[in-house]
Ligand binder design. Structure first.
Ligand code: UDP
Length: 480
C-alpha cells in the first residue's frame, strides 16, 4: 500500500488490512485442510451425540419418574381400586380393556373400570380411569399428554393432528382440563398442539395440580338444556362457536337485535332491578358468562355448556365477522381505549373493517351526535362497553337510533384488549378464579361485587333450589 494512502487511512481511523487478511487466509487454510475438516466433523459428531444423549437421558428420567410414581399410586390406591372393581362386578360391569392409539399411533389396551350406564357409579368419571395407571407404569401412557384416542377417531382430517402421536397419550390432557373448566373453545387437536408446543415439566406439573380441583368441581355437560333459567333470568345455553355464528347471522339478517352477557353479578342486579331484568328478557341472545353461572347450573341441575364471556368471544367474533365481511364499531371505555383495542383487532384481523371508535364518557346532549356517527359508519356490529347494567339499558332504549344490526354489551372488554387492564392468565381461568384476579386488580371497587355479591348469589340459589318444584317454570330443567 502506498505510504500516502496508509497515512490517509490511519488519519481516517482505518486500520491496515494486510496482516488480518493473511491471518484470515491462514485460518481458512487450517479450516479446509484435510485435518481441519476431520476435526470439524468430529466436533459436529460430539455435539450431536451430546444432544441425542441428553434428550435420551431426559426421556429415560421422565419414564423412571412416571413408572415409580405410577407403581407408588397403584400400591396405595389398590384397596380403593379393588373396592371399585368389586362394586363394578356386583353391578354387572368390571375391568375393561379399550384399544387406543399410543405413541407413534401404535395400538395398546387401556384399562378402565366399566359400570353399566344405569348404575349411578357410571358418573364417577375420572376415577373410572384409575386402572390406566398400569398403562403408565408400562410406558404406554404418560400422566399428562393428549387424550388417548380410539382408532376409529379420525384426527387425520386435521392437518397437524399427527403431531399428537409424537407423545405418549396422557391420563390427563389439557383438553380434558379446559373441557371441565368450560373453556375448551378450540378443537381438541388445537389444544393438543398447544400442549405439544408448550410442553415442559413445569407445564405438566401445573396441569396435574390444576386437575385436582377441576376433577371435583369441573363441569362437562352432556345433557344440557337449550335454555338455562335461574333467579328469573333466562340464558341461551350455547357453545362459543354457536354463539358467534348466531351473532353473525343476526347481523346478516339486518333486524336490529341485542346481545347480553350474564354473570353472577348481573343476576344479582337483575334480582333488584326490574328494568334491567326486562332488558335481558327482551334481548335476542343472552349468554352465560363466568364460573358463577356454572355454579348456579350445578346447584339447579342445569348444565352450562360453555363459559361464553365477551372477552373470550372477541377473537372468534372478529374472525367470523372478517370472513363474513361485517364491520365493528367500538363504543365505550376511557378516551383512547377503544382506539387501542381497535389497533389490537386490526393487527390480527387486517381485513376486518373497524367502522369507528368512540370513548364512553359523554353527556346526554352529545348522544345525538354519537347516534349519527354510528349510523354514518354503517357498522354491522356495535360493541358497547359501559359496564352492566348501564350498557344493556342504553342499548335497549336506543336500539332504533343506533342503526347497528347487532348491539352487544361487553363490559370491561375494551380495557382488556387495549392492554389497560391485564387479563387473568389461562391457568387462573382454568381454575375458575378469574373473578379473584379481577378483585385483586381493583379490590376497592370489586370486593363488594365478588365477596358480598357471590354470597348473596349462592344464598338466593340455595333458596331457589329448596323452593322450586319440577313443574315450576322458573326452575327450568330442575329435577329434585
Ligand atoms: N365506562 C364508560 N363510561 C362510563 C362509565 C364506565 O365507558 O360512563 C367504561 C369503563 O371505562 C370501563 C367499562 O365501562 O371500560 C366498565 O367496565 P367494568 O369492568 O366495570 O364492566 P363489567 O364488565 O364489570 O360490566
Amino acid at each position: 500500500m502506498p505510504a500516502k494512502k496508509q497515512e490517509l487511512d490511519s488519519q481516517q481511523g482505518y486500520v491496515s488490512d494486510t496482516p488480518s487478511r493473511s491471518h484470515l487466509l491462514a485460518n481458512l487454510d487450517d479450516k479446509f485442510s484435510k485435518d481441519g475438516i476431520r476435526q470439524r466433523k468430529r466436533a459436529l459428531f460430539r455435539h450431536s451425540l451430546a444432544w441425542t444423549l441428553s434428550i435420551w437421558a431426559a426421556e429415560v428420567l421422565r419414564r423412571l419418574i412416571e413408572a415409580t410414581l405410577a407403581a407408588f399410586l397403584i400400591a396405595i390406591l389398590s384397596p380403593f381400586l379393588l373396592a371399585l372393581l368389586l362394586l363394578a362386578r356386583l353391578s354387572g360391569g368390571g375391568l375393561r380393556e379399550q384399544t387406543r392409539l399410543g405413541r407413534w399411533a401404535t395400538h395398546f389396551q387401556q384399562y378402565e373400570i366399566h359400570f353399566p350406564p344405569s348404575s349411578f357409579l357410571s358418573r364417577l368419571g375420572f376415577l373410572r380411569s384409575l386402572p390406566a395407571l398400569v398403562n403408565v407404569f408400562r410406558g404406554e401412557m404418560s400422566f399428562i399428554g393428549p387424550r388417548a384416542a380410539s382408532p376409529a377417531e379420525t384426527f387425520s382430517g386435521e392437518r397437524m393432528a399427527w403431531k399428537r402421536y409424537n407423545l405418549r397419550p396422557g391420563l390427563l390432557s389439557l383438553w380434558w382440563l379446559r373441557k371441565r373448566a368450560n373453556i375448551a373453545y378450540s378443537t381438541e387437536v388445537g389444544l393438543d398442539l398447544e400442549y405439544i408446543e408448550t410442553n415442559s415439566l413445569w407445564g405438566d406439573l401445573g396441569i396435574a395440580a390444576r386437575a385436582i380441583p377441576t376433577a371435583f368441581f369441573g363441569g362437562g355437560a352432556s345433557d344440557a338444556p337449550p335454555k338455562l333459567s335461574f333467579l328469573g333470568v333466562n340464558i341461551d345455553n350455547l357453545t362459543m362457536a354457536e354463539a358467534s355464528a348466531r351473532i353473525i347471522s343476526m347481523a346478516q339478517s339486518g333486524v336490529p337485535s341485542q346481545v347480553s352477557f350474564v354473570n353472577a353479578d348481573c343476576v344479582n342486579i337483575a334480582f333488584n332491578d326490574s328494568q334491567y331484568k326486562q332488558t335481558l328478557a327482551s334481548s335476542q341472545l343472552v349468554l352465560a358468562d363466568g364460573i358463577g353461572v356454572r355454579i348456579a347450573g350445578a346447584i339447579l341441575n342445569q348444565h352450562v355448556r360453555e363459559n361464553i364471556n365477551g372477552t373470550d368471544m372477541l377473537p372468534f367474533l372478529c374472525d367470523a365477522a372478517e370472513q363474513a365481511g361485517l364491520s365493528l364499531y367500538l363504543l365505550g371505555g376511557r378516551p383512547g381505549i377503544p382506539e387501542a383495542a381497535a389497533d389490537w383487532i386490526t393487527q390480527r384481523y387486517p381485513d376486518l373493517r373497524i367502522a369507528g371508535c368512540r370513548h364512553g364518557y359523554f353527556s346526554p346532549e352529545e348522544e345525538p351526535s354519537i347516534f349519527e356517527a354510528i349510523k354514518d359508519s354503517r357498522a354491522d356490529i356495535l360493541l358497547v362497553a359501559f359496564g352492566a347494567p348501564r350498557q344493556e339499558k342504553w342499548i335497549a332504549s336506543h336500539k332504533t337510533q343506533l342503526a347497528a344490526k347487532v348491539s352487544i354489551g361487553v363490559g370491561g372488554l375494551l380495557d382488556f384488549y387495549s392492554g389497560r387492564i391485564p387479563r387473568a392468565p389461562v391457568w387462573i381461568r382454568e381454575l375458575g378464579m378469574e373473578w379473584f384476579y379481577r378483585f385483586w386488580q381493583e379490590p376497592r371497587r370489586m370486593w363488594r361485587r365478588y365477596f358480598l355479591g357471590n354470597a348473596v348469589f349462592l344464598y338466593r340459589l340455595a333458596e331457589e333450589r329448596l323452593h322450586a318444584r319440577p313443574s315450576s317454570p322458573r326452575a327450568g330443567g330442575l329435577t329434585t
